[in-house]
Structure formats: C-alpha cells, structure tokens
Design a binder for this molecule. Structure first.
Ligand SMILES: NC(=O)c1ccc[n+]([C@@H]2O[C@H](COP(=O)([O-])OP(=O)(O)OC[C@H]3O[C@@H](n4cnc5c(N)ncnc54)[C@H](O)[C@@H]3O)[C@@H](O)[C@H]2O)c1
Ligand SMILES: [Zn+2]
Ligand SMILES: [Zn+2]
Length: 361
C-alpha cells in the first residue's frame, strides 16, 4: 500500500510502498478514507518530540473496516469507524476509574517479539501513535477505533479523530466549562477552533479567540467566538484582563509554546483554570508567578480532550448532524496523499483550520 514515510528529522515525507500485516486476534484492518493533518505530526517531523524512524505519520482518521481478528467484538467488516490514538486496555486502574485517555497499557501495541504491523521488504517500519493514518490502510487494536453512523461523511469524521475531540474535550471534560462562564483560547488552528466550538456547546458566555493571524478573526467567530484579539499587535493578557474586568474562568493554550502557556495562566481570574493542550517542546519549562496561587488559579494539561472516545465520538457525530459541531467550516483544503508536504507548509503559515487528505475510494 501507499504511505507517507518520515525517514529523517526535518526531511519531507516520502510516498513509498509499505507492507501491512494481517489482523491479530484483537486487531482491525481499516481502509483509510480520510486523514486530517494535525500540528502534532509537524512537531515530530521537526524533531521537537523524538520517535523511532522510519515511521508512517498521521493520526487523525476515519475509514471502513475491511477485516477483523477472531476475538474482535467492537466492530465488524463494513463498519465506518473513527480511529483514536488513545487506545485503552480496559482493565488498568486508569481505565477502570474512567480515565481511558490516560491508559498506560501496552497490550494494544504489538510486542517486541511479534512481527511489526508495518514493514518494508522485511524491515520494520514504526507505526505512529498506534495508527499511522497517512496510508491507504491501517492495522489497529480494536480499542483504537469506534463505529459511527453511516450517514456521517468520512472526511469530516476524520477530524473528530484528534483535533476536534481534543479541543471540544478540553472545554467539556478537562476544564468543565459551565453555562455563562468566560473562556479564552490562544491559537486558533484545528484544535483551538474546536475548543471554541466546545465552549460554545457547553454554553460559555464570552469566548475570546486569540491568534497572530488576522485570518482567524472571522473564522473563529464561525465556531462561536464572541471576540478576537490579534496577538501580533496587541498584548493578549492585558487585553483579556480589560475585556473581562479581571480575567477568564477558563483559558486554553492550543499552540505548543511556553510563552503562550504562561499567557494562558496570566489571563485567569481568581479561581480560574488554564489548560495546556499544545505540545511544548520536550525539555522546555514554563515560569509562573508564585503569588497567583493565593488566588486559587490552576494550570493543568489536557491530552486528547480527556476523552472516553467510544462514547464521545459517536456523540460528536450526532452534534455535527444536528448542526452544533462545525466541521464543514473546519476543512480549509482537501488534498491527495501525494500533496501531504504542502499541507505542512500551510500549517507553518498558521492560516488554515485543517487540511484533510482524502483517499481514493
Ligand atoms: N494535547 C493533545 O492531546 C493534543 C492533540 C492534538 C494537537 N495537540 C497540539 O495542539 C497544538 C495545536 O495544534 P493545531 O493542529 O491546532 O495547530 P495549528 O498549527 O493548526 O494552529 C496553531 C495556531 O496558533 C497560532 N499561533 C502561533 N503562534 C502564536 C502566538 N504566539 N500567539 C497566538 N497564536 C499563535 C497560529 O497562527 C495557528 O492559527 C499543537 O502543539 C499540537 O501538537 C495536542
Ligand atoms: Zn493530533
Ligand atoms: Zn488501561
């Protein structure tokens, strides 16, 4: 099958022929229909986070089940599915206390002594995030995908697989935004726009979108933002403190910079919560004013929207079908796998919501 391979940090992805295995007892073979291009893939290309190479990137996808292993119970051939990198074992203490997205179980991966899921003329090829979506097929554990209704378009379903679940979940699950509360979102790419949308669904009052690209002004309002601050020419902390008369209840960092994580904390009201969604480069630290803790200000991480994805993703599909979740507006561009590198160039410019790779049926 055709797949986009990262061979070297900083190099463009190459379209290569890669071999995919047969499903083990609890594995599912999926024909990829669409894959979104998330900034996390770019962080790995840039080497800000290390990974085994060569690797097939991509982790935000939807497709159709082709084949299942003998013990698979969650899906069957012909099912339309969304994949999720939060593969859960189902029986560790995190899973059993409802924190599926924090599962550390290793059994959803293949062991070192087993044949790899992906290979190339006999040599192993790393599978990214248990998925590797920039490929015509995916071989995943059954707990890394969920079946959805068949009237849901798969190119939009793919976005739910990472960015949308991450943003909406950060607002609803991680930070528990309540009706009427104020929200600020720093960084309005796919993830930040989804956080804005999630805050709107939760009934937030004021929702302040912040980005350095002026193109995000109108776009963020489509997702529910009530105000926009262009951080290229305005200090976002000062502006938010003024606009809200003392700070927001919830802030979300959706870029991956220590500076903007600090800004997220500095724009809180007393008792407010800052959520760091962006992937701050490994080894970097952030600095906070210690006295602010007397105001019961909090800062926390949010990974994959603190999801329980087998429950959440079909609900997000229903939200889209009901017009509450904005996915048509999220797709800036549809492209073929061969054009994947140009989608990373678009991400670097910061002007897109999401680019989606659409595979031939
Ligand atoms: N925690 C998780 O589970 C999770 C999941 C998905 C993605 N992420 C991370 O979330 C981050 C955002 O991902 P994305 O795909 O939405 O990225 P993106 O590139 O589409 O969006 C980033 C946005 O930030 C803006 N920006 C850049 N610098 C800025 C600054 N100094 N101030 C204000 N705005 C600025 C850009 O203009 C752009 O609109 C990345 O770090 C990604 O790796 C984390
Ligand atoms: Zn992602
Ligand atoms: Zn587990």
């Amino acid at each position: 099958m055709k797949a986009a391979v990262l061979r070297e940090v900083g190099a463009p992805l190459q379209i290569e022929d890669v071999q995919i295995g047969k499903p083990g007892p609890r594995e599912v073979l999926i024909r990829t229909a669409a894959a979104g291009v998330c900034h996390s893939d770019l962080h790995f290309i840039e080497g800000l986070y290390p990974y085994a190479l060569p690797v097939v990137l991509g982790h935000e996808s939807a497709g159709v089940v082709e084949q299942v292993g003998r013990d698979v119970r969650m899906v069957k051939p012909g099912d339309h599915v969304i994949t999720c990198l939060s593969a859960y074992c189902g029986h560790c203490d995190q899973c059993l206390t409802g924190h599926l997205s924090l599962c550390n179980g290793q059994e959803t991966r293949r062991g070192k002594d087993e044949a790899p899921r992906l290979s190339q003329v006999g040599a192993p090829m790393a599978q990214f995030a248990n998925l590797s979506s920039f490929a015509e097929q995916m071989l995943v554990h059954e707990h890394a995908c969920v079946a959805i209704r068949k009237d849901m378009p798969l190119d939009r379903a793919a976005l739910i697989g990472c960015g949308v679940m991450t943003g909406v979940g950060a607002a609803i699950h991680t930070s528990h935004v309540r009706p009427g509360e104020s929200v600020a979102v720093i960084g309005c790419g796919g993830v930040g726009l989804a956080a804005i949308n999630g805050a709107a669904i939760a009934g937030a009052g004021q929702i302040i979108a912040i980005d350095i690209s002026p193109a995000k002004d109108n776009l963020s309002r489509t997702f529910g933002a009530t105000d926009f601050i262009c951080a290229a020419d305005t200090d976002p902390v000062k502006a938010v403190l003024e606009m809200t008369k003392g700070g927001v209840h919830h802030s979300f960092e959706a870029i991956g910079l220590s500076k903007t994580a600090e800004q997220a904390f500095d724009m809180l009201r007393r008792g407010g919560t800052a959520n760091v969604i962006g992937m701050i480069p490994v080894g970097e630290r952030i600095s906070l004013p210690g006295s602010a803790f007397l105001g019961e200000k909090r800062i926390q991480g949010s990974v994959m929207g603190s999801n329980r994805f087998p429950v959440d993703m079909p609900r997000l599909v229903d939200f889209y079908m009901a017009g509450k979740l904005k996915l048509d507006e999220m797709i800036s561009r549809r492209l073929k796998l061969e054009a994947v590198n140009s989608a990373f160039d678009d991400l670097k410019r910061g002007e897109v919501a999401r680019s989606v790779i659409v595979f031939d049926a």
